[in-house]
Design a protein around this ligand. Structure first.
Ligand SMILES: [Zn+2]
Length: 104
């Protein structure tokens, strides 16, 4: 996804960004919002505020708290690719019907 590593993104953050960050952390209970492959929410403490849709939309609806790990994944396209591959793998695992060993 283009836009994660936009070099001038920092310059375009609003003046009250720190206040917005605090509001997002408080809303999300200080925890990372990224869902894990098994559907649970990431249990890590949030350290970053992430734009759900990259760009200039700094409204609370477009912001979520995320942990260091997920921030790193989202920041590097390599990591995102790896995560997508993992997701695809998990989806495949899900589709394969499990057979009871005794039935074979
Ligand atoms: Zn996380």
């Amino acid at each position: 996804m283009p836009g994660w590593t936009n070099s001038n993104r920092r310059d375009r953050l609003p003046k009250d960004w720190q206040a917005i960050r605090h509001r997002v952390f408080r809303r999300d209970g200080g925890r990372c919002c990224i869902p894990l492959p098994d559907g649970r929410r990431c249990p890590n403490a949030a350290t970053q505020v992430d734009h759900i849709i990259p760009g200039d939309d700094h409204s609370l609806d477009n912001l979520q708290s995320i942990c260091d790990d997920h921030h790193r994944v989202k920041s590097s396209s390599e990591g995102a690719r790896a995560l997508n591959a993992k997701k695809a793998q998990n989806a495949k695992k899900f589709l394969r019907p499990e057979r009871h060993p005794g039935l074979l």
